[in-house]
Design a binder for this molecule. Structure first.
Ligand code: 0A1
Ligand code: ZN
Length: 895
């Protein structure tokens, strides 16, 4: 915690280190109050660096006991967060021995070595290793680690670190030890240790090459029965990376450890992934279909980092997307391949795009907007963002689209051939993909393509078509533009792959022959846009077609297709691309909401054409239930807000709720049918088929409850209540609970009490209980009730500010996921926000900064919200003691 504002770190200032660290021997005497760390570093001068430089090690919240160079004492001085040795031995190589202590028990930031439920755990990315011992804590310094752990045997029977177990045994005084060796050089952010009382599920697997590996999932006693899915996901991940990318598991032993207190989702430490329990523990009784899917994707993500992140790592933190964007792309592809059918793949893609639009698009339009490869930061922890992760994945996806599936595989092969074992940049990655595909649209336009790494903001793509009956030509004009973002007033045009087709009004996919071509090339093609404006002329088109553009969301842009209802309904009915069918349905809903927003009255009655189109989707026997659920769910309030120049969150909430009410009433018979027809009668499986049926049945239940409450009919609320009581699994229990809460049924309170009872102290189930209340829809008559309940829940015995999951489930959900409850005319939501951010900042700045971002979009709010939001931000910014994390967020918001 510093009192002065931190200065920015700039990408252009990167310089290679003056010293390398080749090997590290660490010995830990573990104790929660005071852990002693002995570190022996083999240091080499970097011959490329300027001579005579001081050796500057990072260190934070440490007590130094001893510092020897080549066995002799050496003079040093402390600077803010640094240990400076002005005169290290004048040799090419020497050893440095350091002894220091740290205090895991006092570490509430959960970065470095900390305690959780009686165990000791580490989190070193991005800059946590310096909170354990003094080091060159930067990703381009890669060393081979040997680690000895010593601890009380009864309290910490399991002692783990990276790599392979070399030796273990007993010591005096009830203590024991374990020695680990990781043969792969790695940066300090990939170091991990665990000392705890854990049990593990293990499984031996044989890889394609015939090598045997031991996979282990460590959890607390009593949680072993919730590890089956995580283990299955890990086994599937190993097989997938070998099959799809030819990347095998490179260690004899691969461990996953679950911990209840964790700032993020999980961490890819070499051979020892540490996971938030949320992404490990699942049983049908405690986890929803969504949770099961989340586990599969995060287990995959961390495992895939072993190659994209660990074997090849980042030169500096500006390159974070090198590993994150690529690894998100890989986990998305993995989940799609696991989903199976083309339709299930499309559902996954729609889900990913929904996430991108809900989080990354607003980020890119707000004060924290930054390029996928940022140019500066104050606190790196603030840059684990949707832009670096999800937009970064879209950039990789565009490369894959431009070079094709095999081309992308060739590019990945070349990337590993060139850079295995190195710390590299986003440029190195793009270069490898392009070099493996000479002549491709990527290689030809590589310099321009890289604007995607350098420019912040979401580009806009405008499409206009004109048809000429006499020449039988259809001309499609595509225009791209981009708004200024912080520090980037002017934008260059991007390389945009636009996957497209043309549909006749009766639903045929038309053959596509561009002017100048001899023959048509199928019914789908990829137009590669490089200019601000380009026209494409299609021949042999008899009647005005409906263009289906940006299929599969082939570029992360906002598309203005200029299409009216008739064309959108054609796409919704007939498009061959499931993503664009969904998109057309969303656009139809959005247009109706946006048209009503400027007024003050109710949402006008939805037109028959729209209702009929929705009914047709719901009843279509050829469509997947999961897909139907996505189409029948109107765009979220946050997404609607992003379409507005001035945002009135209360009005958006009212109109969207009225839209749901109308859909509930007008499609009543169809919802009844959907409910009946999609009950899953066989045993629970979290696969795409069953979860799709449950998703649609539960949407139907939500609609039936909503309609019944409006009409004073007790039957459906009664059924939902019964479900909360007897559901055999969490997906249906949770959905029924939410239906009662968001449908404002008087039975909601009883259902909540029941749900809390069956949670029986299970932390992840309790998180759902808190979140359901914090996310509750405000009633349209007499709203403003949610905040009072959230405040009361802060005092609930199950609540804790110190556990990130619990905090996110109550405070995070309220501030970031319930706009109509948060943005109150009386400013009470903002006062609550400021109080929590300040309170939390003293405990865990990383999490405080995440909550702080609830105010990112305050400038687009209508009055009185805007002024009140500014006042709350100014109050936080004016606080004398702020972490760098929160200061960066609030000062950027106020800039
Ligand atoms: N590399 C991890 C994410 C992560 C980042 C920071 C953490 O602590 C501050 C923890 C995890 C991933 O992408 O999964
Ligand atoms: Zn990652």
């Amino acid at each position: 915690m510093r009192e002065a504002a931190a200065s920015a770190i700039r990408r252009e200032d990167y310089a290679a280190p003056a010293f390398w660290i080749r090997t590290v021997e660490l010995t830990f005497d573990l104790d929660p109050a005071k852990t002693i760390v002995a570190s022996k570093l083999a240091i080499e001068r970097n011959p490329q660096a300027a001579p005579g430089q001081a050796l500057v090690l990072h260190g934070e919240d440490l007590t130094l006991l001893r510092c020897l160079a080549d066995g002799e004492s050496v003079s040093f001085r402390h600077e803010e967060g640094l240990l400076v040795i002005d005169h290290p031995p004048e040799k090419d190589a020497f050893t440095l021995e350091i002894r220091n202590t740290c205090a895991p028990e006092k570490n509430t930031q959960l970065s470095g070595l900390y305690t959780s439920t009686g165990g000791l755990f580490t989190q070193c990315e991005a800059e946590g290793f310096r909170r354990i011992t003094y080091f060159l804590d930067r990703p381009d310094v890669m060393a081979v680690f040997s680690v000895t752990l010593r601890a009380d045997k009864a309290k910490y029977p399991v002692l783990l670190s990276n790599g392979n177990l070399v030796e273990q045994g007993s010591l005096d005084n009830g203590r024991h030890f374990a020695k680990w060796h990781d043969p792969f050089p790695k940066p300090s952010y990939l170091f991990a240790l665990v000392a705890a009382d854990l049990v593990c599920r293990e499984q031996k697997i044989v890889s394609r090459s015939g090598k045997e590996h031991l996979l282990q999932v460590y959890v607390r006693r009593g949680d072993l029965d919730k590890t089956e899915h995580a283990m299955a996901s890990l086994i599937a991940s190993v097989a997938w990376d070998e099959a799809r990318f030819g990347l095998p598991l490179d260690l004899d032993r691969f461990m996953i450890v679950a911990v209840s207190d964790f700032n993020m989702g999980a961490m890819e430490n070499k051979g020892l992934n540490v996971f938030n329990t949320k992404y490990v523990l699942a049983s049908p009784a405690t986890a929803t279909d969504g949770d099961f899917a989340g586990i599969e994707s995060v287990v995959g993500h961390e495992y895939f980092h072993n190659w994209t992140g660990n074997r090849i790592t980042c030169r500096d933190w500006f390159q974070l997307s090198l590993k994150e964007g690529l690894t998100v792309y890989r986990d998305q592809e993995f989940s799609m391949d696991m989903a199976g059918s083309p339709s299930a793949r499309a559902v996954k893609r729609i889900d990913d795009v929904r996430g991108l639009r809900a989080v990354q698009f607003p980020e890119d339009a707000g004060p924290m907007a930054h390029p996928v490869r940022p140019d500066r930061y104050q606190e790196i922890n603030n840059f684990y963002t949707a832009t670096v992760y999800e937009k970064g994945a879209e950039v990789v996806r565009m490369m894959a689209t431009l070079v094709g599936r095999e081309g992308f595989r060739r590019g990945m092969d070349l990337y590993f051939e060139r850079h295995d074992g190195q710390a590299v940049t986003c440029d190195d990655f793009a270069q490898a993909i392009a070099d493996a595909n000479p002549g491709s649209a990527l290689a030809v336009n590589l310099a321009q393509f890289k604007h995607w790494y350098a420019q912040a903001g979401t580009p806009r793509l405008t499409a206009r078509g004109s048809h000429d009956v006499t020449t039988r030509r259809f001309t499609l004009t595509l225009t791209q533009s981009a708004l200024p973002s912080p520090g980037q007033p002017d934008k260059q045009p991007c390389v945009m792959p636009v996957v497209m087709g043309l549909i006749s009004t009766d639903g045929r996919a038309l053959p596509l022959r561009l002017a100048g071509e001899e023959a048509a090339h199928g019914t789908e093609r990829t137009l590669v846009l490089t200019q601000p404006e380009e026209s494409f002329v299609f021949e042999d088109i008899d009647d005005a077609p409906v263009p289906s553009l940006l299929r599969g969301f082939s570029a992360p842009v906002v598309l203005d297709s200029g299409l009216y209802d008739g064309a959108l309904i054609t796409l919704l009915r007939h498009d061959h691309d499931a993503f664009n069918r969904w998109e057309a349905g969303q656009r139809l809903a959005l247009n109706r909401l946006l048209a009503a927003l400027p007024g003050t009255g109710e949402l006008p009655a939805l037109d028959d054409a729209y209702i009929d189109a929705m009914r047709a989707v719901l009843r279509d026997p050829a469509l997947d239930p999961a897909f139907k659920e996505l189409v029948l769910t109107p765009p979220g309030e946050g997404y609607v807000a992003e379409q507005c120049a001035e945002v009135d969150p209360q009005r958006i909430h009212r109109l969207r709720e009225e839209m749901r009410q109308q859909l509930a009433a007008r499609l009543h018979a169809d919802w009844l049918w959907a409910w009946e027809a999609h009950q899953v009668r066989e045993g629970y499986r979290p696969d795409a088929v069953q979860s799709g049926k449950r998703a649609l049945a539960n949407l139907a239940l939500t609609m039936l409850v909503l309609d019944a409450v409006a009409k004073g009919d007790p039957v459906w609320p009664g059924r939902a209540y019964q479900r909360v009581k007897d559901a055999g699994q969490m997906t249906d229990r949770h959905a029924a609970l939410k239906a009662l809460i968001d449908g404002h049924s008087p039975l909601a309170q009883g259902a909540l009490a029941h749900f809390h009872g069956v949670a029986a102290g299970d932390d992840l189930v309790l998180d759902k209980w808190f979140a359901a209340q914090a996310q509750a829809a405000e009633p349209l008559d007499g709203g403003g009730v949610v905040l009072g309940r959230v405040k009361a829940l802060l005092k609930h015995p199950d609540f804790s500010m110190k556990n990130p999951n619990r905090l996110r489930s109550l405070v995070g959900s309220f501030c970031r996921e319930n706009p109509a409850a948060f943005h109150r005319a009386d400013a009470a939501g903002y006062v609550f926000w400021a109080d929590r951010v300040l309170e939390l900042d003293a405990i865990n700045p990383q999490i405080a900064a995440r909550i702080a971002r609830a105010m990112d979009r305050w400038r687009v709010l209508a009055e009185p919200y805007r002024s009140a939001a500014r006042e709350a931000l100014a109050r936080v910014a004016g606080s004398a003691k702020l972490s760098d994390d929160v200061r960066e967020i609030v000062s950027k918001a106020l800039e």
